[in-house]
Ligand binder design. Structure first.
Ligand SMILES: Cc1ncc(COP(=O)(O)O)c(C=O)c1O
Length: 379
């Protein structure tokens, strides 16, 4: 960015390679070649994550909807989600007529733990959607073992966690099914888009029927066996995604660098901490800060002042159970009593600008402005 231009909170890195691949797709990927970019992207992405099957979708939200539908989750069932996440994690539970149950999170990773999940399990619990928040990951092996013992299906929402690893396995390789987002704000983008992955061939077959209006894969007879959904990605987007995937190491290094710059820029502060992890495998999609409540700078005030200084930011998610969409429900009332950590940390957390286009000077400008605000301005 130039010295005074607005610093964006999120955004991709696009090069000539992406432009070339999309031009090639728009020129050639039609007729018999129409599916080529999609097949190529799905194959490469499945290989990168370490999963047997991958399906391109128009969004990650569609992926969660398909996962729940393919698993046969519906009315009368409960699905546990973290209280701190984007509503896209929980909305699809309502799409299939089931009930979201909001669990508390760990104060460091902001992700689910076995204890917070266990506190929400009832005889109606069918699944838990574990979110890799901002790139951090819960103890997936422990959660998977707990889910197994409890007869619950684990779904991994890895929308924000491309490239993160835990216990030597990549984000998106856990659970019966996992999903990613390729929204324009994500580390790897297709503009809008998502991917569903699984190792289960039967489940993947079911997903493929559900995502194509109830047609069997390869159907040319326009024969629909049930009323289902139309959740497809275009070949042009898939060509962009495949090109981004070729550059994945560079994209991840960009995110790691931004996190390091913030850690260095705010290292001297006792009253602002950057969310970090003992797990060296985390790649922070969004670097986030926790501002000490003693400063008086809650996230809404801080964001407003940063915005005046031409700096975009985002609030750490508000607990789902506090949102107008849910707050009048009895489940939200229970969650508000139960989820002490989510309610304690949320007011004091912001996502700092983490766009791949940022330079070290941009990050320093954000750090300097935060320090200036906290030290010198009215409380
Ligand atoms: C944790 C989480 N889950 C799901 C989604 C949904 O992704 P999409 O916008 O591709 O539907 C997002 C998107 O930002 C997300 O952050």
């Amino acid at each position: 960015m130039t010295e005074n231009s607005r610093i964006p909170v999120a955004g991709p890195s696009i090069t000539e390679l992406e432009a070339k691949r999309v031009l090639d797709a728009v020129t050639h990927a039609w007729y018999d070649d129409a599916n080529r970019p999609i097949d190529d992207f799905e194959t490469a992405f499945a290989r990168y994550i370490g999963r047997a099957h991958a399906g391109c979708l128009p969004s990650c939200t569609a992926g969660l909807h398909l996962a729940l539908a393919a698993l046969g989750i519906g009315p009368g069932d409960e699905v546990i989600v973290p209280d701190l996440t984007w509503i896209a994690t929980s909305a699809p539970i309502s799409y299939v007529g089931a009930q979201p149950v909001f669990a508390d999170v760990d104060p460091t990773s902001l992700c689910l733990t076995i204890d917070t999940v266990a506190a929400c399990v009832t005889p109606r619990t069918k699944a838990v959607i574990a979110v890799d928040l901002y790139g951090a990951m819960p103890d997936m092996e422990a959660l998977a073992a707990f889910a197994d013992e409890s007869g619950i299906t684990l779904i991994e929402d890895a929308a924000e966690a491309l490239g993160s690893e835990i216990a030597g396995r990549r984000a998106g390789s856990f659970g019966r099914v996992s999903v990613f987002s390729f929204h324009g704000s994500k580390t790897l983008t297709t503009g809008e888009g998502g991917m569903l992955l699984t190792d289960d061939p039967d489940l993947f077959r079911r997903v493929n029927v559900l995502r194509d209006h109830g047609r069997r894969p390869g159907d040319r007879a326009f024969n629909n066996f049930e009323v289902a959904f139309k959740y497809k990605m275009s070949g042009l987007q898939a060509a962009l995604g495949a090109a981004q995937l070729e550059r994945v190491d560079e994209l991840l290094e960009g995110k790691r660098r931004i996190h390091r710059w913030y850690k260095d820029g705010l290292a001297e502060r006792d009253d602002v901490s950057i969310y970090s992890s003992d797990n060296a495998g985390v790649v922070w999609w969004m670097t986030s800060a926790h501002v000490s409540p003693e400063t008086g700078w809650d996230k809404d005030r801080l964001q407003a002042e940063l915005s005046r200084a031409n700096i975009d930011s985002r609030p750490i998610f508000r607990p789902l159970s506090s949102l107008p969409a849910y707050r009048e429900t009895s489940e939200a009332a229970r969650a508000r009593d139960r989820n002490q950590v989510a309610y304690r940390v949320s007011p004091w957390g912001i996502n700092l600008p983490s766009a791949l286009a940022l330079t070290q000077a941009d990050v320093q400008r954000v750090c300097d402005e935060m320090i200036y605000l906290i030290d010198r301005r009215i409380r």
